[in-house]
Design a protein. Sequence first.
Length: 314
Amino acid sequence: MVENIKSRKGSALARAITIVENNDEDYLEIISKLYSSTGKSHIIGITGSPGTGKSTLVDKVAKMLSDNGKSVAVLAVDPSSPFSRGAILGDRIRMMSAQKTSDIFIRSMASRGEVGGLAKSVRNVITLFEAFGFDAILIETVGSGQTEVEIMNLAHTTLVVTAPGLGDEIQAQKAGIMEIADIFVVNKADLPTAKTTAYQIQKILSTEAAVNRKQVPIIMTSPVKETGITELVEKVEERWQKINDSGEREQIEKSHAYYKLMESIKDKFWGFMKEEVMNSANWSTVVDEVYKKDIYPEQAADDLFSEFFVSVKK
């Protein structure tokens, strides 16, 4: 499978993604053997509030990148049920143009309840895409507003998509999603208040809170009328060239490495805690004590952690 992925066989890639997403037995071996073949793709994150038209925009951007001779992978992260952990995976319905193009590979994935809108397996799927040799990888996040900041830890270029009439002008003033943008996109620019939205974002960018920020372009797009897409793709390509020429890409990828390592450690630690602590008889006793108000939850957690670390040292 590893060799078939390196040889750009799509069927092997699809099977490997399923293995990675399900954390099957061989997933880590596959990822580890492919990791040294990564590092050439431009990873582009697309985030923003629900209703801004991200999926339709991604469809048009992917198609144009493909028309420009780039091989493109799209990973659409959909919201998932907090109970079944499943998702409707409806983003693909809105990517009809991209699906008809042979050089574009599209995969949907449930967020599985991750706060930042990104499933833990997303970073492993990106590794598969990079090893496969895609020129551009587009990651569309769930779209839950302020929590969408984690994408900056995986992407070289982050697009924050807004649209007129959705309250994004106010949302943009908050810390977090505004500050991660490399490019702002005012989508649905055919609507009457689109220019007002763009003006308000520009005004916010020029305030004292943003004095030390880099210059962030604001692009107005309309997938319906197919306007602004060319300019947006040009800006994305310009940024890729700029961060490669300036050495900024190396800094970005070092921060990505830090994030991936920390997240991997947290994953392993949390898995170990669930296996060793939460399945123990002592766990049930502590839960009962918290329920009976014999001990405060934070104190109980502190005691459990102390006990856990003592057992690890031994």
